[in-house]
Design a protein around this ligand. Structure first.
Ligand code: ZN
Length: 421
């Protein structure tokens, strides 16, 4: 029987610059592990363009862009698939998004998660791997509404953007707190204009048992779920997964989600767990999450691994070459300041930021072996993103050894053993 498939998926490739010559030898063992798999996936957490496109008025945090010629560096890891559904996909508006797609097409690599229309963005990439047909979906849960791809009608063209899963968040309070909240709403007049919009049909009425205060929804129902998937988005994606499963031997999913459960950042939001289980029920064999920059637990559901977050695989957030005026204005620097000057202002003189936290530089690289449709083996190799170096080596992945390896193994073991199923 020939049905054997080896698969790897990484954390986020927040990749913005060329790799220094010194990195070549450290890169080899990581690249060799990736290249030993048939399916080799990463989340491309950047735009590929040459700064010829205007920036969006919003960004995924930092306006991330990588010059197209640099893409060759990322290819050296041997990836044969790139997920593009993430919160940076629209940092350089439609021009940047389309340039990323065109660049990936130029290099003839498989990708999914963004497109010129929702039909394109939601479609899986189809790969032939070890004689098997594999479908890979990429879904973004952490996006600005303006990033969503849209469908064409008979009269209006489609909108480019990301494949998305929205969710609803409810804040749970007691009946006494609810009475107080309603009183506050009246006193502050926060809902006055909103109520007018409901009365005139521009907004739909709020569901029974839900009270909206400004933008937030509250309930005093103790059994309500704090976060749930948008049912339409979930069903749309599940339908596509079922179709793909009927046509392919394997289906995999990359999901980009920043949201936690409100208790601990390493805990996935309830809606992500709801979505992950539903995707596996629909035919997905493994889920590779990212977005929150650090590791989150791995769970096996029906013997399929769910990596809620693999953290970062490359973290070059500080080596982005240029930043738009919006960034400079936000951090009160001159709009013609250099990117390093502006980033220094954001970090309040290097006192705050993701780059100061080692957990954003610790990941694991899974190697999954599937046999006849079932998971047969799961290896997880600790990878360290060279946190201790503060030069251009910073953020580049190497196979962890010694105390770095022990530290990551300890974190991984603790995350998984304390995660309540
Ligand atoms: Zn992200």
């Amino acid at each position: 029987m020939k049905d054997i498939l080896t698969v790897t998926g990484t954390g986020d490739s927040l990749f913005t610059a060329e790799f220094p010559a010194e990195y070549s030898s450290l890169m080899q063992p990581v690249a060799a592990l990736i290249k030993s798999c048939d399916v080799r996936m990463t989340n491309l957490e950047t735009n590929l363009s040459d700064f010829q496109h205007f920036a969006s008025a919003y960004s995924g945090g930092t306006w991330i862009n990588t010059p197209t010629a640099c893409f060759e560096y990322l290819l050296r890891f041997g990836f044969n698939y790139f997920g593009t559904a993430n919160n940076h996909a629209m940092d350089y508006s439609y021009g940047g998004l389309l340039s990323t797609i065109d660049t990936l097409d130029k290099y003839q690599v498989a990708h999914s998660g963004t497109g010129r229309s929702l039909d394109e963005a939601e479609a899986p990439a189809i790969l032939e791997a070890n004689g098997l047909k594999v479908a890979i979906f990429a879904v973004d849960c952490s996006f600005k509404d303006a990033s969503r791809a849209g469908r064409a009608t008979h009269h209006i063209p489609a909108r480019p953007g990301v494949n998305y899963l929205r969710h609803e968040r409810l804040y749970k309070i007691s009946p006494e707190e609810m009475a107080l909240l309603k009183q506050l709403a009246l006193q502050t007049k926060i809902n006055f204009t909103r109520q007018m919009s409901i009365d005139t049909g521009f907004l739909t009425p709020d569901p029974e048992g839900i009270f909206v205060m400004g933008e937030q929804k509250y309930t005093s129902d103790p059994n309500a779920k704090e976060t749930v998937c948008n049912p339409k988005d979930k069903e749309r994606i599940l339908g596509l997964i079922r179709q793909a499963k009927a046509a392919c031997e394997y289906v995999f999913l990359l999901v980009h989600c920043h949201d936690n459960d409100g208790v601990k950042h390493s805990n996935p939001a309830d809606y992500l767990r709801e979505f992950a289980y539903a995707c596996i029920d629909a035919g997905v064999s493994a889920i590779f999450g990212g977005g929150c920059h650090e590791l989150r637990p791995r769970e096996f559901y029906r013997d399929c691994p769910i990596y809620y977050s693999l953290g970062d695989f490359i973290y070059q957030g500080l080596t982005v070459k240029h930043l738009p005026a919006d960034f400079m204005e936000k951090y009160n620097t001159d709009i013609f300041a250099t990117a390093p000057e502006a980033l220094l202002a954001r970090s309040r003189g290097n006192k705050v930021g993701l780059h100061l936290h080692k957990e954003n530089y610790q990941t694991i690289l899974p190697k999954l072996t599937f046999r006849n449709g079932k998971l047969d083996d799961c290896q997880e190799v600790p990878v360290y993103l060279t946190f201790d170096r503060k030069d251009e080596m910073n953020g580049l992945p190497q196979i962890a050894t010694g105390t770095e390896k022990e530290e990551i193994e300890h974190i991984w073991q603790k995350l998984n053993s304390s995660f309540k199923l």
